[in-house]
Design a protein around this ligand. Sequence first.
Ligand SMILES: Cc1cc2nc3c(=O)[nH]c(=O)nc-3n(C[C@H](O)[C@H](O)[C@H](O)COP(=O)(O)O)c2cc1C
Length: 196
Amino acid sequence: MTIHNLISKRKSIRAFSEQPIDDETLASLFEAARWAPSSANEQPWRFILAKKEDKEAFVKMQDCLLEGNKIWAKGAAALFITIAKKNFDFNNKANIYSWHDVGLATAMLSVQATELNLYLHQMGGFDHAKAKEVFAIPDDYEAVSIIAVGYEGDPELLPENLRAREVGERKRKPLSELVFSSQFGKENDLFKTTNN
Ligand SMILES: Cc1cc2nc3c(=O)[nH]c(=O)nc-3n(C[C@H](O)[C@H](O)[C@H](O)COP(=O)(O)O)c2cc1C
């Protein structure tokens, strides 16, 4: 089955090149995120960006990552935290879609990045409490992910275990396990055979 190149090309890399991202290019990623749909158009996403040149902020963000992520994410041209506003602006009730919407904005950002030959690697593996404290995230917001972004580098320069993961096969569940018909779990004729 054919899907758009911007979707098939995207992948979460660990080997980043040392090439910096110019400001206009970097800004365009967040402009793409800004145009994501969101529940009640609340736009509950916020971002804290740390370019590698902003050494202090970059190192502080890197230090929030779990060791397994820190080792490769330090090679990225920039890191940023994605943040969700917990409550709706209009009635201050819980916005149960806030993380969903941050994910959507991130997906838009990721499409824009792919178009510009940039790659993201999203991480849930970080110390949320530390990020909240270090970056003064208010109580009505929560850190969702830290994302590494940059141009693709040489996997050969990664430590052996990471290199194997970098070049290994990317796997997905078959659509027959994901798309149902009439009730949960009921096979959909569209995906009877594992043709995906
Ligand atoms: C919310 C989220 C959290 C993730 N956390 C981590 C992480 O902490 N460390 C890591 O190496 N990859 C992390 N990933 C990347 C996934 O492992 C990756 O997206 C998945 O293996 C599919 O690979 P692909 O993005 O190359 O298609 C995360 C991805 C998402 C969306």
